[in-house]
Ligand binder design. Structure first.
Ligand SMILES: C[S@@+](CC[C@H](N)C(=O)[O-])C[C@H]1O[C@@H](n2cnc3c(N)ncnc32)[C@H](O)[C@@H]1O
Length: 269
């Protein structure tokens, strides 16, 4: 077998077929928007992503798949202007509300999907283009080409390492198979075949998280289990109770065995 014969885009597409979560629709992301925002705003993930990004104050940035503004909002405090694009109106609504609350007025939101004609939507090339945890596309090569074409200075994307935020122990506890699909290594190799030599850094998140009570800890896991049934609910409770410890200040800590790791892949134009 020769390395050159491997088609990473096709292998990525094949790998996604057996995935536990197929590409969610706009309506699914709309429904998830409030809980996603609650979990991710002001997260350590965003702080660490921005630390790796090192943006220039003069830059204009395009954040594709921006969600509720996990990165667009803090980034807007650092750079000249941010265009935040996402196909979910509910995500963009939260982003706009939050921007108004904190008095940020240099973010333009655009409802757009990966497949849309970005030119028609007046999305111009930007100095910096980012796509954080949002490469949920049918054709990875087409998406990477688009990001590359829309950046004039730098592209920074993040992708799952292994199971990423999904905890294999939780899936085992509820008796569901976990098939996370292709991770970052496909993206890096595909970029290489596109003659883009990217740097890879990693973000590791804490395995221990603090909650006000058990119910909140249970709630924090539920997003991983779409349409949970009563039997699975018992498995979820067992999983939480095995990992929960009470802290002296009347809060609780939930510790997972496997770390959450994200790959941050970046290149200069
Ligand atoms: C996991 S969230 C990431 C949000 C944010 N970038 C972050 O890192 O917190 C993925 C986002 O991608 C958006 N998304 C998914 N598929 C999309 C598509 N085909 N076109 C545009 N946005 C999409 C979702 O609406 C969601 O806001």
């Amino acid at each position: 077998m020769k390395f050159q014969d491997l088609d990473w885009n096709q292998m990525w597409q094949e790998g996604r077929k057996g995935k536990s979560w197929r590409g969610r629709k706009k309506e699914d992301w709309d429904k998830r928007a409030p809980s996603f925002a609650k979990r991710n705003m002001e997260s350590l993930y965003a702080q660490r992503f921005l630390a790796l990004l090192q943006p220039e104050p003069t830059w204009a940035a395009l954040d594709f798949g921006a969600g509720p503004g996990t990165l667009a909002l803090p980034l807007a405090k650092i750079v000249r202007q941010v265009t935040a694009a996402d196909f979910s109106p509910a995500m963009l609504k939260i982003l706009n509300q939050e921007a108004a609350t904190v008095g940020t007025n240099n973010i333009r939101t655009v409802q757009a999907s990966w497949e849309d004609d970005w030119q028609q939507l007046d999305i111009e090339p930007h100095d910096l283009v980012i796509a954080s945890r949002s490469l949920s596309v049918k054709n990875l090569e087409a998406a990477l080409t688009k990001l590359n074409n829309w950046a004039t200075k730098r592209v920074v994307i993040s992708d799952r390492v292994g199971t990423g935020p999904f905890d294999p122990d939780l899936f085992a506890a509820v008796g569901r198979p976990l098939a996370p699909g292709p991770d970052y290594i496909y993206t890096v190799n595909l970029l290489y075949q596109m003659e883009i030599h990217a740097s890879v850094n990693f973000i590791d998140l804490e395995q221990k998280r603090i909650f006000t009570n058990r119910a909140e800890a249970m709630e924090s896991c539920r997003w991983m289990l779409h349409q949970i049934n009563p039997e699975e609910e018992k498995g979820l409770a067992r999983y939480v109770d095995q990992r929960l410890e009470s802290l002296p200040n009347a809060t609780v800590a939930l510790t997972r065995r496997t770390p959450i790791r994200w790959a941050v892949i970046s290149w200069h134009k």
